[in-house]
Write a protein that binds this ligand. Structure first.
Ligand SMILES: [Zn+2]
Ligand SMILES: [Zn+2]
Ligand SMILES: [Zn+2]
Length: 89
């Protein structure tokens, strides 16, 4: 388990955070949505994420859409419009 990237709290992602631009704790825990802590697949509807979709770090998959395509390919879920593997900013 990691801590919130904005306030270093160990509380679950999605809880109220006064340091975060989204107002909620954000954590980069592998296999869990960084914004809400759900273990759902990346790309599903998320109420806490600025992109409105779960963003989940899964080895070998795009964190935004769950595709196994190479990083940099066209992605409908990523704010940069490209697949991103691993930690995002
Ligand atoms: Zn926080
Ligand atoms: Zn989520
Ligand atoms: Zn993608």
């Amino acid at each position: 388990m990691s801590n919130c990237i904005y306030c270093n709290s160990s509380n679950a992602p999605g809880g109220s955070c006064h340091k975060s631009p989204t107002k909620y704790h954000v954590k980069h825990d592998q296999g869990k949505c960084s914004f809400c802590g759900s273990t759902n697949a990346p790309g599903g509807s998320c109420h806490r994420s600025p992109t409105k979709y779960h963003v989940v770090m899964v080895p070998g998959k795009c964190s935004y859409c769950g595709s196994t395509n190479a990083p940099g390919g066209s992605c409908h879920r990523s704010p940069s419009k490209s697949h991103v593997h691993g930690v995002f900013q």
